[in-house]
Write a protein that binds this ligand. Structure first.
Ligand code: 13P
Ligand code: SF4
Length: 327
């Protein structure tokens, strides 16, 4: 989703988030928001924010918001000189791969991902040796160096389409074991998995879903496919963060729970104040490293710039571009 933020001041923006940020806390945000809006103009910068960013970032300073797939597609189209990625490091790397002439800033270099940390390029090379000729599909939640060893990337929004586009009987899907098993359950293609897990989504359990249904009659359960398969088996719908948003927009479930990162419910609940969101919350500590303060600092100092070794970038870009060609 692309927005025009420039015409707003922090006072006008408060109306958007007043349901989730108490008025007494607002002055602590307003100064940074006004400074960021001005810095974006001075630096000719845009802010891309993932759906897991906190409401004051998502609703008040981001120009483009979305899931990993949408952010990748939008990053490619950016004409501004500077992209600030309010998200985690692999998302900033993907933006740099797809729009290499731009300055891409990540406000905190430590914003990683347990999935990206679960696999190395050497692991991928060894897998290729173990399964000669089997295509390697790599989740975007990986480093550029891992993408460079892969045949094609995918996100949670297009994983099945990517796998089926290859026209083969077997694929290796890295590194998220649960996403791979959840996709394998939907397709005839045999999927060889790795042992990576998302530290946020692996904490949801089937028992928790059963309890939610007992305690909140009529609740609609929406889950991210990084959750364990037994959780998805208990859910009403599974999809990427964008697919979860679309489900809520179209179906308007009166009482709903999103089995994903906390800020996702905060951001959507602001848009649908008539719906009841039950919030058993799991925070992503990496996403939460990004704050208004460090976004402001990034724009003031033009740090931290994302760079990718040319030899890696050429091969990693191919894997991401192949993914974007899949309809
Ligand atoms: P989406 O691509 O669904 O936004 O997911 C990204 C992510 O990091 C989920 O944990
Ligand atoms: Fe990685 Fe999970 Fe955080 Fe997404 S929510 S960035 S997959 S650790």
């Amino acid at each position: 989703m692309v927005r025009a933020m420039e015409q707003f001041s922090s006072d006008q923006l408060y109306a958007k988030v007043s349901h989730s940020i108490p008025a007494i806390e607002w002055p602590a945000f307003a100064g940074d928001i006004d400074a960021i809006l001005a810095l974006k103009r001075d630096r000719n910068a845009v802010i891309l924010a993932h759906n897991y960013q906190t409401p004051e970032i998502y609703h008040c300073v981001a120009d483009i918001v979305g899931d990993s797939l949408a952010l990748a597609r939008e990053a490619m189209q950016v004409e501004a000189d500077v992209i600030v990625l309010a998200g985690v490091h692999f998302m900033a790397e993907t933006a740099k791969l797809l729009n290499p002439s731009k300055t891409v800033l990540i406000p905190d270099r430590g914003a990683g991902c347990s999935l990206a940390d679960s696999i190395t390029p050497e692991d991928v090379r060894l897998l290729r040796q173990s399964y000669p000729g089997v295509p390697i599909v790599t989740y975007v939640n990986t480093s550029a160096a891992v993408k460079a060893e892969s045949d094609i990337c995918c996100t949670s929004g297009n994983a099945r389409a990517v796998i089926e586009s290859l026209g083969v009987e077997r694929v290796i899907m890295l590194p998220d074991e649960y996403l791979a098993r959840n996709i394998a359950a939907e397709t005839k293609v045999k999927v060889i998995t790795w042992t990576g897990h998302c530290e946020v989504h692996e904490r949801f359990s089937a028992e928790e879903v059963r309890q939610l249904r007992e305690n909140h009659p009529g609740i609609v359960v929406l889950a991210h496919p990084e959750c364990p398969p037994e959780v998805l088996a208990e859910a009403d719908f599974a999809g990427s963060t964008a697919a979860i948003s679309s489900y809520v927009a179209k179906q308007r479930p009166p009482r709903v729970v999103l089995l994903t990162e906390c800020s996702m419910s905060d951001n959507i609940a602001i848009q649908y104040p008539d719906l009841e969101f039950i919030r058993p919350c799991n925070l992503c500590p990496h996403m939460k490293r990004i704050t208004l303060g460090n976004i402001r600092h990034a724009l003031e100092t033009m740090q931290h710039q994302v760079t990718i070794d040319d030899g890696i970038a050429v091969r990693a870009r191919l894997a991401v571009e192949r993914m974007l060609e899949v309809k």
